[in-house]
Design a protein. Structure first.
Length: 289
């Protein structure tokens, strides 16, 4: 069993980005600029945005963090998005999810200019991805593709099972794994809460990608010997032994599943750091137009 080290891979990629930014600036180019919009006081969202701001520093980017109380109106937020769309200094921006219940997340996503949509959530970017056209890829699936590529894991002709059909991870992940590309050409099955034989489908997978947000969903008897397991889950679970009072748990029971795997991602330190670094890759792409 080999551990897929997302933290080390992300550090290497940030170093590559930083070198490219140095070259751009040395040649008189503009330093990439990422803005992040944070609404409310959700602890998880604050942590994620903090990581993104730090990553900007490491990559040599400029960053702007815009914070608003959770009583901001939808109209006010849409006005801020319009301002960012039209600010020539901002190359790309994200609106951190989730948003307060009185704000329509789909409406917000649709309002972001696709050329600045570095999260890759806008329908225009998702549509281009489906057609195999150049586009900003959703950060988490893009991060997984990078991990599979950098670890030299063969995907062509393999049976890939994706657990979870969210628009952020599962659905775009299934499309990326089936496309005609270096990381792709897999035969993909997308399973979800209504799948009748989920256990059997998972056990048939050469590559199992799990993104449901329920700790312990995948047990050892659901994984075949030698499988590659990518655990996207990052759920906060109360843990009095931790200084923070919580621990991050994946969707896979790591201790019992890991011995059966050829490769597996840990939680934390697997997919999470890659989600942040691929956001940086998208921002660099946006800055290069």
């Amino acid at each position: 069993m080999q551990l897929i080290d997302g933290k080390a891979t992300a550090t290497a990629i940030k170093g590559e980005i930083a070198e490219e930014v140095k070259e751009i600036v040395a040649n008189g180019g503009k330093r990439p600029h990422l803005a992040a919009v944070l609404v409310g006081n959700d602890g998880g969202s604050q942590t994620y945005v903090k990581h993104k701001v730090k990553a900007c520093e490491q990559c040599g980017f400029e960053s702007t963090l815009l914070t608003f109380e959770d009583d901001i109106t939808e109209e006010q937020l849409m006005s801020e998005i319009d301002r960012l769309n039209n600010d020539p200094q901002i190359d790309g921006f994200i609106v951190q999810l989730p948003l307060p219940k009185h704000i329509d997340e789909n409406k917000v996503t649709m309002a972001i200019d696709p050329v600045k949509d570095v999260d890759g959530f806008h329908p225009q970017n998702l549509g281009k991805m489906m057609l195999g056209l150049p586009a900003f890829l959703p950060a988490t699936p893009y991060g997984i593709v990078q991990l599979l590529d950098r670890y030299g894991i063969e995907t062509s002709g393999k049976k890939c099972v994706v657990v979870g059909r969210s628009n952020i991870v599962g659905t775009p992940m299934s499309l990326l794994m089936s496309r005609n590309a270096k990381v792709g050409n897999a035969t993909v099955t997308l399973v979800h809460s209504r799948t009748a034989n989920m256990e059997e489908e998972c056990k048939a997978a050469d590559i199992l990608i799990v993104a449901v947000g329920r700790p312990g969903t995948i047990k050892a008897d659901m994984v075949k010997e030698g499988a590659v397991v990518i655990d996207v889950g990052t759920t906060r679970v109360a843990d009095a032994s931790k200084k923070s009072g919580f621990a991050l748990k994946g969707d896979v029971l790591f201790e019992e599943v890991a011995p059966k795997c050829s490769y597996i991602t840990p939680v934390p330190g697997g997919v999470g750091p890659m989600t942040v670094v691929t956001l940086m890759k998208n921002t660099l792409l946006a800055a290069k137009k």
